[in-house]
Ligand binder design. Structure first.
Ligand code: ADP
Ligand code: MG
Length: 489
């Protein structure tokens, strides 16, 4: 079924609309203190070649030993992505030469991956739910890093990353726009962070994506794809896909054909360029690694992990909606990061959940952004946000004063009760005190009162404003309205 909104994802060319088809291969570094087949550390930021064992350096006669933590992490990730866990899987050698790959092959999984088909629910470009198919997840070794900018005539190799475990999560070609691709990557990152199988840190390269892009006439046959390698930010993923799709449309509309190739995204120009023509699987001469037995999992091993799974983002969103009465949109914003969830649930204890979510997502996130502060450096504790909302709920302060208090809390980390007390900001809810303000305003504005009484109703807002001003924002607006009405008859 097509609807008008769906068309907004299309690229309009001179021959009409084109649909973008995207499939992603996400490389997620497995959270584990040691590498996939060696005991070397995975710690980030160490001096070059500090985390290298003889196995990683591919010294002759060294044997790989499988790291059970990495296996467990892959199973956990598979369960979280609603995927089939394969009780039988095989590690293969994928042969190629590259300076940062001392073995001359990468140990990966090919025909028999550890995780089979699964799915992930995302939010599409129109804010609707959409389910994206997952083809497989396999385990493989990461390669090292060549450094070309350290010496005028030499290149250096850093093997710290060599042999670190990666999960390659391959999607079906179900994504239809750069926004959907971005939403998919974000959701994968959120899920893996929740279950603590990958830290999702894209700047450090722990999560990166190869983007396969093709174009076709709406709902036509799949076109030839190009694969854009190694994108490590959500912004670059979106930009690269859009550029690549438009490039392909232009070629086809000018009578050309798309060569299946591997391309690079140039972050400085926003363009993709050819890196090499696409190699086929047979070019790698895959074969089962003779140093490793096939991996066999037992039912109990899998069910033990399954019964130990933490709450997943989709379940959490449902719980936040029903427990706190917030909208799905807000629930999704909170669910994006675990630390948001902890903060929200602590600050919303015994409070109006909707009020708390508004303070958190608009005021707090706004100030953090404006001041360029990370959430984990947030100066307002959840207890104090809870306290602030309590002061609003029990009408000690008005919503407007609360904003001022909030800014002081942000700047000083002080308790809102303390701030309100020190500055005398309690809302005035005493009729006789408000009558004094009202009388003062009426006395000082005789002309306006006459105009009002002769029918200029619009002036009512003026009087309310004046009373609020005289009370320094502290008068209860409802009472001000009531008392003004009765006095201006
Ligand atoms: P390879 O190792 O050759 O890249 P994979 O099977 O690992 O092959 O990954 C192929 C990826 O390309 C998958 O994410 C898949 O969804 C995607 N894909 C396949 N065909 C197309 C197509 N015509 N357009 C866009 N993406 C595609
Ligand atoms: Mg690929």
């Amino acid at each position: 079924m097509t609807n008008a909104n769906e068309n907004s994802n299309y690229i309009s060319g001179k021959t009409g609309d084109w649909e973008i088809v995207i499939g992603l291969e996400i490389h997620a570094q497995v959270l584990s203190s040691s590498k996939l087949f060696s005991g070397a550390s995975t710690e980030f930021g160490k001096d070059p070649n500090h985390n290298v064992s003889l196995v990683d350096a591919a010294m002759p006669g060294m044997l790989p030993v499988i790291n059970q933590t990495c296996i467990k992490q892959a199973i956990k990730s598979g369960i979280a992505l609603n995927a089939e866990i394969n009780k039988y899987s095989v590690f293969d050698r994928k042969n190629y030469f590259y300076a940062d790959l001392p073995q001359g092959y990468q140990i990966s999984q090919y025909k028999y991956p550890i995780v089979g088909e699964g799915s992930l629910q995302i939010t599409d470009a129109n804010g609707e739910d959409k389910v994206i198919g997952i083809e497989r997840i396999h385990l493989e070794q990461d390669a090292g890093k060549s450094l070309h900018d350290q010496h005028p005539s030499k290149s250096f190799i850093d093997l710290n990353r060599t042999g670190v475990a990666l999960m390659e999560i391959v999607s079906k070609p179900d994504l239809r726009s750069p926004e959907e691709a971005a939403s998919y990557v974000k959701k994968i990152r959120t899920v893996l962070r929740y279950i603590e199988t990958c830290d999702g840190n894209m700047e450090q390269g722990s999560l990166r994506a190869d983007c396969n892009v093709s174009v076709r006439k709406p709902n036509g046959n799949l076109g030839t794809r190009c694969e854009i390698k190694n994108l490590n930010s959500i912004k670059f993923i979106s930009q690269a896909i859009q550029y690549e799709a438009e490039r392909q449309v232009e070629i086809i509309e000018n009578g050309g054909v798309i060569d299946q190739e591997t391309r690079l995204f140039d972050t400085s120009t926003g363009e993709t360029r050819s890196m090499r023509s696409k190699e086929d699987a047979h070019d790698y001469r895959y074969f089962p690694d003779p140093d490793l037995l096939p991996l066999e999992l037992s039912d109990s091993q899998i069910s033990e992990i399954r019964s130990d799974m933490p709450e997943l983002p989709d379940q959490l969103v449902q719980r936040l909606i029903s427990e706190y009465g917030i909208t799905k949109y807000d629930a999704n914003v909170i669910a994006e990061e675990k630390e948001y969830v902890h903060y929200y649930e602590n600050s919303a204890k015994n409070r109006d959940g909707k009020l708390v979510v508004n303070w958190m997502t608009s005021e707090l996130f706004g100030l953090l952004k404006k001041n360029n502060i990370q959430f984990n450096q947030n100066p307002i504790s959840p207890n104090y946000l809870n306290e602030l909302v309590e002061l609003i709920e029990n009408k000690t302060i008005s919503g407007k004063i609360a904003k001022d208090v909030f800014e002081i809390m942000f700047a000083t980390s002080k308790s809102p009760k303390m701030i309100v007390k020190e500055k005398g900001l309690e809302q005035v809810t005493d009729d006789s005190a408000i009558e004094v303000f009202v009388d003062q305003v009426i006395n000082e504005n005789n002309d306006k009162v006459k105009e009002y009484l002769s029918g200029k109703d619009k002036l009512f807002g003026f009087f309310v404003g004046q009373v609020m001003k005289v009370s320094q924002g502290k008068a209860n607006p409802g009472l001000v309205n009531k008392i003004l009405k009765s006095k201006l008859k």
